[in-house]
Design a protein around this ligand. Sequence first.
Ligand code: NAD
Length: 250
Amino acid sequence: VIDLSRKVALVTGGANGIGRAICIRLAACGARVAVCDLSPGDAERTAGEIGEGARAFALDVGQEASCAACVDAVAEAMGEIDILVNNAGIAEPVVGTLKQKPEDWQRVMDVNLRGVFLMSQCVARRMVAAGRPGAIVNLSSITGLMAHRASNGYGVSKAGVVMMTKTMAADFARRGIRVNAIAPGVIRTTLSKDLVEGGKVARAAFLNRIPMGDFGEPDDIARVAAFLASDWASYITGATLPVDGGWCAF
Ligand code: NAD
């Protein structure tokens, strides 16, 4: 079994979707979990679902001061952080490059890429200062591995997460901090609602594109996050693992 008992995990965007599933899964493996989210009400709800061992915290990964305050608040309330899951992410309106608004592009970069940098820096600084090992798991996407139309912000930010994962893995390897990423395929959440529930034709085309013939569930990602965060992955760092029903393989 994957044993995360005595570990403290901070999950960004932990209130809903994949982040919520990760919080529930890490808690099931024994970790105490900080559910950190832009929506404090949703974070309270998810922490309440998990019960003892989970707490909710307000966080906007797009704001430097919010990242620093959240990391300090979690460490003070729950103890030093062993596991950081950089899950918070947003997508821009689906338009091609020619019609894309620079402010939409920038917002996606601020949350999906700069947010991963800020949170990782805050948490890793504490890990290094405390002389403690740790694990960071980032959420990239198959859109960061293969080009998709109308995804100049999202896809580019997620490709950035792949390289940031490698860069931080290199920076932290001798400190005992492992950094890995997951590249999910299409997973049933609010973020992918339009694709998953879209018109019959679009839906069929998508399902046809997925070798395993179905969309994924949030817990398909959460189980891999638990693995990468655990000692079972003790010799893995700098990797991005596609969890996509075979999408990237064909
Ligand atoms: P979601 O929209 O269902 O949930 C995202 C959560 O993040 C929400 O609770 C939201 O409040 C929170 N959040 C948004 N902005 C935030 C911010 N600035 N600070 C803190 N929290 C914030 O999304 P999801 O589908 O669960 O996606 C989770 C991650 O997985 C994202 O990084 C996403 O890009 C990635 N991903 C999702 C899919 C998919 O098909 N759903 C595929 C590939 C990658």
